[in-house]
Structure formats: structure tokens, C-alpha cells
Design a protein around this ligand. Structure first.
Ligand SMILES: [Zn+2]
Length: 158
């Protein structure tokens, strides 16, 4: 996780400054010049367990080019400002040439190690997967062969 050192509003150095908040005094990275507070809110991540309805219900996992070999994980999509999650998903399915017949929310999970909130979906999809530039490979797994990542009970990996 990156450490913020300068104010994004006025470029002054940030400092640990105590201030009264709803819960009482709290020390956070703040800007003494313009009053900016670095809240360190978690980043929302859209993630999907993709069930391939044209492949006997096999699950589609993919590996990002930045990940080591064998580290297949569920499919993610970008959630850009002022857009709805389904717009992020539409872009993902289009890039990977998947047709999604049903998309439903599984749950929302905190992933504190990466300061993320995982918004998890189930996608029933079909089509011939096309790799997009950020994906090194994809693999299909039987649901019973997919296991959860140790240390976090919501993320599936192959
Ligand atoms: Zn500032």
C-alpha cells in the first residue's frame, strides 16, 4: 500500500495531526494548509465467480499479467467514478467476449490486507473467452476444485 506524503489539493506535505471527529480525537494524515484529511477509505473492487453455462458449469478464473504463474483468481472489473457497477461489468464482458445471462450479488467482503472492499457477484456466462491485455491466461475449474484463499473466506482461487 502506498504511503501518501503530500496533499492532493495543495501539494503541501501531509502530517499526523490530531483533530476532533465524531468518535473523539483522532490522529490522521492531514494537510495543515488546506485542511484535507487522508481518510484511507478502502477501494471497492468488483469481483465475479463466473460460471460457464456452456461448459458444464465450470468456473472461469484468470491470472493478471502482474501475478505469478498459477495464481488464478476470480474475474474483476473496474468501477470508475460516476458509473454504476454494471457498466464496469459490461466493459469487462465485452473485452473478454463473454455473454452474461445472469449477474447476481453474492455479498460484500472486507479485505483489510489490501484495504479493499470486495463486491462479489455470481455471473452465469457463455462464449469463447478472449484474453484482454491485462490477463495472462484463463483456466476453467470444476467448482469442487476451487478453494478459498487462506486468510480470507470470501476469495476463490484455483
Ligand atoms: Zn492541502
Amino acid at each position: 500500500m502506498s504511503e501518501y506524503r503530500y496533499c492532493p489539493g495543495c501539494a503541501s506535505p501531509l502530517a499526523s495531526i490530531e483533530q476532533i471527529e465524531d468518535g473523539g480525537p483522532k490522529t490522521r494524515l492531514r494537510c495543515a494548509v488546506c485542511g484535507f484529511t487522508h481518510w484511507n477509505n478502502p477501494t471497492p473492487v468488483l469481483a465475479a465467480v463466473v460460471e460457464c453455462t456452456d461448459r458444464d458449469g465450470m468456473l472461469l478464473l484468470a491470472r493478471n499479467v502482474a501475478w505469478p504463474a498459477g495464481a488464478s483468481r476470480w474475474i474483476t472489473a473496474s468501477w470508475r467514478p460516476a458509473r454504476r457497477p454494471k457498466e464496469g461489468w459490461r466493459a469487462r464482458w465485452r473485452r473478454n467476449a463473454l455473454t452474461v445471462d445472469a449477474l447476481s450479488l453474492i455479498g460484500v467482503y472486507d479485505f483489510q490486507r489490501l484495504n479493499q472492499v470486495i463486491i462479489a457477484y455470481h455471473a452465469a456466462a457463455h462464449g469463447e473467452v478472449r484474453l484482454s491485455p491485462e490477463l495472462a491466461e484463463y483456466r476453467l475449474f470444476k467448482p469442487q476444485d476451487v478453494k478459498c484463499w487462506a486468510g480470507w473466506n470470501g476469495l476463490c482461487v484455483g
